[in-house]
Write a protein that binds this ligand. Sequence first.
Ligand code: R5P
Length: 299
Amino acid sequence: MNEKLCVLAGPASKDLAKSVAKILGAKLIDVELKVFPDGESKVRIDGELDGKFVVIVQSTYPPVDTHLMQSLFMISKAMKMGAGVCVVIPYLAYARQDKEFLKGEAVSMELVCSLFNSSGAKNLVTVDAHSQMALSYFTISTYNVSAVPLLAKYFKSQKLVKPLAVSPDIGGSARAQEFAKIIGTPSIALPKFRDRSTGEVTIDPNAPELKTARERDVILIDDIISTGGSIVKATEVLLKAGCRRVFVACTHALLLNGALEKIMNAGASEVVGTNTVPSQVSKVDVAPAICDQVSKLNE
Ligand code: R5P
């Protein structure tokens, strides 16, 4: 056991924090949470932190603002208790609003980053942040670790026929390529279009890329599944194009508004997510990737 190192289990990520503490050989410290009737949170750290290197693990999946505030409260208190803080935000909310897409929109990510920048945390570790642009607003040392190798490992052990890695959008091409390289398959990216006002997603069913998917098992890989709109559309066009089966891999399975049911109804065979967002599809533990990075910071 490393006496100098502690892991604080944020209310949103208790199981993941436990996994992280186990791998790091660090003491796990619990955080008591009280949520008042008006929605305000109060956190209480149950342990001694003076002179310790503390890893706070707290994801910011829904309720996003509540989990975000809790993470800032924990950082602030840990600092006051005399700790050096590394905060792990496995799912980094607001990263999709990393610029002004429509005139007048607030750049939410810029403000979120400034909160962490001034929080006193020395380092921030996140997993598959939505974009480099989102990370560009951090001024504290920030490390974006990839869950893709762990997701690929899961699929490598499945019996798939002529697998093909597919990104549902062009922006995710590099992710699909990374995944494909590990399992030794080709990859493609689909031309997805999202209406910024309505949020509606379309993918051209006649896109030439779809021909590659014929008679293959496809693994759709994305960073986030929120409403499931992107994955439902991609599954539909891929099955229509004649692929064998559609498997879905994603890091952050938010699965809002019945997304999982919609994806399965669209014809997907399986959805695999990680524990950055705890859900019924959290089949891959990202703790090893987080710990690889945290260990380097604590050397
Ligand atoms: C978009 O660029 C992201 O990578 C995801 O594809 C998107 O956020 C998923 O959202 P939804 O599930 O609502 O389509």
